[in-house]
Ligand binder design. Structure first.
Ligand SMILES: Nc1ncnc2c1ncn2[C@@H]1O[C@H](COP(=O)(O)OP(=O)(O)OP(=O)(O)O)[C@@H](O)[C@H]1O
Length: 572
């Protein structure tokens, strides 16, 4: 929680001004009953209308000051809370960019979205409330008691005795509230997960007629969220009447003893009215406390969830400021490389050894789950090898500045991702300052230019939710153009040509060979890899054969088997 408040402290000038204005409001609130007592005792009871008018005028004036202070305080409170929320989201976003794959396993996408949006909103509410009333409430209780003692000691003692009981009750509500609201946020994550899965898989759901099942899953999560929300709100709703009831009883007791005091002459009417006034305002303050507790409970639960993200381990490799930052040629070497995913017993790849000269094309072939993607992810250091070493131009990749290294490597992941925006923007995403000519050239190399030219707005055609949708093969080629525009020294295609027809694929391979870069390409079809300088044959995380197409076909039984079965399938 303290960490989260440091975000508010960034806006300390606004914070101090706001807190000062809040103190102005507090002081006015504390002295108002005193002035009222004066009007009653020295004015009304003495029938002195001049005193009533003077003190009445002062009362109105200070109330106006408090009113204006309140409005300006809200302005500063909004400034601090919104600013802190902005910075929090910004830092969380940056942190997520640095996340290791282990973190993505720990925090699923929906929870990251809830934490960066809803949880931050809870913190903003908390900061706003803190600046508006959170400090005012306890200060008013203390100040109110002090003032009440200056008015009438005996009656003020009754008020003092009630405070610890109320505080204990509120503390109990607080501890329960934090647990309940944490549960609410978790249920919100759960609901978001289901919504996300449904939106992403809507065609699948319709195709499988699983609408009813998904609806009941959604309803289950929705009901669960509603129930937990209700439970938390009930707790808070219970607090308010309980506080009111207790304080009303205390006011009755004060009235009782006040009446006795008036009769025996140890108290004056104005004093009793002032104490009742303090008691009423304290009752209001305690009821505000219950509301604050709700905001605090929610805020605390959210603060923990946000801190988990901020404290998550980032990519330590990024810290390597002393790393080598040089232009690479593109030679790649793997030496006894292993990689085991966190929490897994069996390595995904093991004892991987191969060398690729700069400019060569390396094909990777292997059944599903044989470790092809894992191997590729080690090159731009998306994952760090668990054992062995990966070299680029003979230097272990650990010694490179990772950002500088990644600038020279283009990886097209298996799952193609296009951004909402125009075709041009999607290609330029690879290189911000790319000119239109460069975009067109990359599109031509990726064999997608002809298709883009047929679109109604050409390169300005919008993609994504508000635009058109590309087919699988078109998406693949667009993402290849996006990778090529960076002029990488190492180009990695992780099954990125699977949706292309043989003719387009062959033209693409020809244009890639003309590029001055090392190409690593995963493909399912041997026909896609025939022209590669070397093919790595993977099976259960190991390289079980390597060489060019002809030598593998001659000497490797496994390759012969795969080749044979693909020939038969093509013949069908
Ligand atoms: N994040 C992960 N956590 C745990 N295991 C994983 C993770 N990602 C992949 N694996 C496992 O590692 C092994 C290799 O996966 P990888 O994705 O590298 O295979 P692949 O050859 O690229 O498969 P495909 O051709 O189906 O994409 C598989 O057994 C897979 O289940």
């Amino acid at each position: 929680m303290r960490r989260i408040f440091t975000y508010a402290y960034t806006y300390k000038t606004s914070m101090y001004i706001g807190l000062f204005l809040m103190l102005v409001e507090l002081v006015v609130e504390l002295i108002q009953p005193l002035f009222m007592a004066k009007i009653i005792d020295d004015g009304i009871l003495q029938e002195d209308m001049t005193t009533v008018a003077i003190w009445g005028g002062i009362l109105v004036a200070i109330s106006l000051i408090a009113f204006v202070a309140g409005i300006i305080n809200s302005f500063f409170a909004a400034n601090v809370s919104q600013g802190a929320g902005y910075d929090l989201r910004d830092d969380m976003f940056r942190k997520v960019q640095e996340f290791t794959s282990k973190n993505f396993q720990r925090f699923a996408t929906p929870t990251l979205i809830t934490r960066m949006t809803n949880d931050v909103t809870q913190i903003q509410n908390l900061i706003f409330m803190f600046m508006r009333i959170a400090l005012r409430a306890p200060l008013f209780i203390i100040g109110g008691l002090v003032m009440a003692f200056t008015v009438h000691k005996e009656l003020a003692t009754i008020l003092l005795l009630s405070v610890p009981v109320m505080l204990l009750f509120l503390f109990w509500i607080l501890t329960k509230g934090v647990t309940y609201f944490r549960r609410v946020q978790e249920k919100l994550d759960n609901l978001n997960t289901i919504i996300r899965e449904n939106l992403a898989g809507i065609r699948l759901i319709k195709g499988f007629n699983r609408g009813d099942y998904e609806e009941s899953r959604f309803q289950g999560a929705n009901t669960s969220l509603m129930n937990d929300n209700k439970r938390a709100l009930w707790l808070m709703e219970l607090a308010m009447p309980m506080v009111m009831l207790s304080m009303n009883l205390i006011i009755l007791v004060i009235l009782w003893f006040g009446a006795i005091g008036l009769n025996v002459g140890t108290a004056q009417a104005g004093e009793v009215v002032a104490i009742i006034n303090y008691a009423t305002r304290m009752m209001f303050t305690f009821s505000v406390f219950t509301f604050l507790i709700m905001v605090f409970s929610r805020g605390k639960a959210s603060a923990n969830r946000i801190t988990e993200i901020l404290d998550a381990e980032g990519e330590t490799v990024d810290d390597r400021a002393d790393g080598v930052n040089k232009e690479i040629q593109g030679a790649i070497g793997f030496q006894e490389v292993n990689y085991t995913y966190p929490g897994m017993k069996v390595p995904a790849i093991e004892t991987i050894n191969f060398e690729a000269k700069a400019g060569e094309t390396i094909g990777i072939l292997g059944e599903t789950g044989s470790g092809k993607s894992t191997l590729l992810h080690l090159i731009p250091r998306l994952q760090e090898a668990s054992g062995g070493q990966v070299f680029i131009d003979g230097l272990s990749i650990e010694h490179y500045d990772v950002i500088a290294l990644r600038k020279q490597i283009s990886l097209i992941p298996q799952e193609i991702h296009l951004f909402s925006g125009t075709v041009m923007e999607n290609i330029q995403w690879g290189k911000n300052d790319a000119s239109e000519e460069e975009v067109i050239e990359a599109a031509k190399d990726a064999q997608i230019h002809a298709f883009i030219s047929t679109l109604p707005d050409g390169y300005q055609t919008k993609l994504g939710q508000k635009g058109i949708t590309f087919s699988g093969g078109q998406k693949q080629r667009l993402s290849i153009a996006r990778a090529l525009i960076r002029n990488p020294k190492i180009l990695i295609l992780d099954d990125s040509t699977s949706a292309l027809d043989a003719h387009t694929e062959s033209r693409l391979m020809t244009s890639l060979r003309k590029k001055d870069c090392t190409v690593l390409i995963v493909a399912q079809k041997i026909s896609s890899l025939k022209a590669a300088d070397m093919i790595l044959l993977m099976h259960q995380g190991k390289i079980v054969g390597s060489g060019d197409h002809n030598s593998l076909l001659r000497y490797n039984a496994y390759y012969q088997q795969v080749y044979q079965s693909q020939q038969e399938t093509e013949a069908l």
